[in-house]
Design a protein around this ligand. Sequence first.
Ligand code: ADP
Length: 382
Amino acid sequence: MSAQILRSLHHSEYDVSHSLELVIDALSTIIDPDSGKDIVRLGLVRDLKVRPGSVSMTIFFNRPGSKLTGSVEQSIREVVRQSSGDVQIDIKLDNAMIGFGPGVTVDGDSSSSGSVDGIANIIAVASGKGGVGKSTVAANLAISLAREGYDVGLVDTDIYGPSVPTMFGLESGRPKVGDDRQIIPLEKYGVKLLSMGFLVNQEKAVVWRGPMVSGAVKQFLKETAWGDLDFLILDLPPGTGDIQLTIVQTVSISGAVIVSTPQKVALADARRGVAMFEQVNVPVLGLIENMSWFSPPDSPEKKYYIFGEGGARRLAGELQVPFLGELPLDPDLRESCDDGYPLAARDDGHAAFTALAKDIARRCFIRNATEARTEIIEITRR
Ligand code: ADP
């Protein structure tokens, strides 16, 4: 159902998507004096509705005595009028001490709800097939989000082919366990990291089954000293089988990003990926096409569409999920990941991944402001 709401944002009769983006961007300029973070990032904006001529929302105050209470209504009216003109603005202030923001539960018990204390958004990066660049996207996306100023974690759940140890140059990394028995994640390029590869003997990985993987993932998420995170990126194992299904039912995922290459065979699997997330009510934030074309270094103006052109964009259109963009085949990107120093971590970052990070953050915030938190739905495959 949630996926359908996201769809309607993108394909409604008038450009609600753009109007919503304007309002979200405007609200993102309002800073909570207590935390120094903006009210959208904090998940305080809920039930946001943007219609022609009217904007309505509820603001949750999730801490007693918040300094924000006095000024927020006036600030919202000002910034929304600046962004959207003379619209009717309805603001409900909810002073419940505990908000319903992502990662926060009403009774403070996060164990049954699938939310994880302190983690605002869990984003799954998935692919139908292996080798399409899912881990490359997950790693560069995580680093780019951190460069944008967000607190970011990355969990590599691929037991059969973990890539975080290589991509972050941490092949011999072993996380420690703190006095409180919490796992202490490693940290590099501004990202807190855990990988199955840090813990599982690769020769024994073949005997792992879905429940063992989900048990380990649960531990990674709930028994790890992550601190407060804006985004935790979950690099899923490739495919859409039982292991993937079990993981996505382990915790409440804010949204999924699906990576595909342009070939027909990869797209067929990407389609199954979208179907899997829709089945468990996780909104698909979008589809990314990787290895879309190749430009030879001696004639960079030329684009060779080696695997076919426009396949993922067409599939996204057909499935009515957002298309997030194309990434070219880039030998430097491959080399940088093999060297443990991804392009996104270098100098000024990587323009395409920076744009992707900004886009995904905004889509996630829009989703949080307009939809209820993802409920865990248990589905077993026969
Ligand atoms: P997956 O996680 O889908 O199995 P990886 O991210 O591990 O895929 O990528 C598989 C291989 O392809 C890696 O060697 C990676 O460096 C390379 N690769 C990924 N994306 C690109 C790209 N756009 N250009 C060049 N090489 C890439």
